[in-house]
Design a protein. Structure first.
Length: 199
């Protein structure tokens, strides 16, 4: 059974960049967000459940989920967010577990942004947290997704705080500088995880 490293961190902390760097080293990366997107494609049961709960306005004319509209809706209303999580989290988890069971690698990376919030720590053997300054998160969110300052605070506020996340970390990558520094840290951890998997 592969050693399972849970990759998590606050929104816009650089998780995807870190996951891609591990991927470049040949590491198998299973991304909860990618799985979630697949589960809500047209014709999938999760999309039908979402429409049933949130109404037809969350689906575009093309039949695809209007992710921006739904995201704005759920972050403005914690009750709605929990309803969406109740639909998606169990299905994402089941898909991820099935994929892990088929792997024959030394270790794999499970990229789960809401690892703590979804209470899925039992899915992984070790936790790697990508962390950055909160002001940098705000800056990246504004530049990347065009959110208003109110929406940014709602999104950051919906996740566990930095201190709580760091408290459960076995390893941390601080993503406050440049890509070269990040690449060096990923390579060092890759060697460490590979050695740990052999023990």
């Amino acid at each position: 059974m592969a050693l399972k490293i849970g990759l998590t961190g606050g929104i816009a902390s650089g998780k995807s960049t870190v996951a891609n760097l591990f991927g470049e080293l040949g590491v198998t990366v299973l991304d909860a967000d990618v799985i979630a997107r697949q589960l809500v494609e047209p014709g999938q049961s999760a999309l039908a459940e979402i429409v049933k709960v949130f109404g037809p306005t969350v689906v575009k004319q093309t039949g695809y989920l209007d992710r921006t509209r739904l995201r704005r809706q759920i972050f403005a209303n914690p009750t709605q967010r929990r309803k969406l999580e109740a639909i998606l989290h169990p299905q994402v988890r089941a898909t991820m577990e099935a994929k892990v069971a088929r792997l024959s690698v030394a270790y794999c990376l499970l990229c789960i942004p809401l690892l703590l919030e979804a209470k899925q720590l039992d899915l992984v053997d070790s936790v790697l947290v990508v962390d950055c300054k909160v002001d940098l998160q705000r800056e990246r969110l504004g530049a990347r997704d065009g959110f208003t300052s109110v929406e940014i605070e709602q999104i950051i506020g919906a996740q566990v705080d930095q201190k709580t996340r760091l408290a459960i970390a076995n390893d941390v990558i601080y993503n406050n500088s440049n890509i070269d520094r990040l690449r060096e840290r990923v390579l060092a951890l890759h060697l460490e995880f590979s050695a740990r998997a052999l023990k």
